[in-house]
Design a protein around this ligand. Sequence first.
Ligand code: ARG
Length: 263
Amino acid sequence: MKKRLSMLVMVVAAFMLVLAGCGTKEGGSADGGKKVYKVGTEATFAPFESVDASGKIVGIDVDILQAIADEMDFAVEWENIGWEPVFQAVKNGEKDLGASGITITEDRQQEFDFTDPYYNSQLVIVVKEDSPITEDSQITPLEQLKDKKISVQINATGHVAAQKLQGEKSTNIFAYETQPIAIQEMLNGNVDATIGDNAVVYEYIKAHPDQKLKVIEDKTFEIEHYGFMVKKGNKELLDLLNEGLKKIKENGKYKEITGIDIK
Ligand code: ARG
């Protein structure tokens, strides 16, 4: 009886070995021999990422990452999965990195690793053109929003700023899936103001010249830095990205993409 049992164990073990051998190698397939990294994003965030008429994801993040990939000889495969899923997918390994105008924050650094900063950003307030909220007042524009209804993109830095101002449990904060929806809600009159990333807000206004909007800058918003985000401890990919980023800053490619001379 005992002998039979050990035979069975051996057969099962051998079977499992064969199965393991059949599995594909972890971490992406080959693309002309290149390693492919899977990228998650939320692509309603022009000029950093948006979907063009042909359904392609385009923008500054795409161009920067592609330049890094070319430099370091790897390939990237983008997918527009939504803002909060970006964080989940990088955490559980479904995606190798998040590239989505993601601000490097201390909170996020507890759970993820970030590349060196590749773009600076600052939050701005957006209101309707005829809004009473103004820069020319004794109190800062942000303080004028203390008791006002604010729309934000959920769990974005604008959301955190609104919570800091009004308290986490405030019922005057309305969080939406995307930045453009948050702006739309303000235009529809459902809230008094939106808080969002400056470059994205200005790009939105450029694309919607008919909508009567006013942007209010507030110096009390901190300067933010965007970084590419990887799973905590994925040093291999982090080093690759940082080295590529350094190279494209040095060889002029970064400047070509962004118009900014960062050297
Ligand atoms: N920079 C802000 C943050 O990290 C907003 C980013 C939103 N990005 C996007 N692709 N929707 O919280």
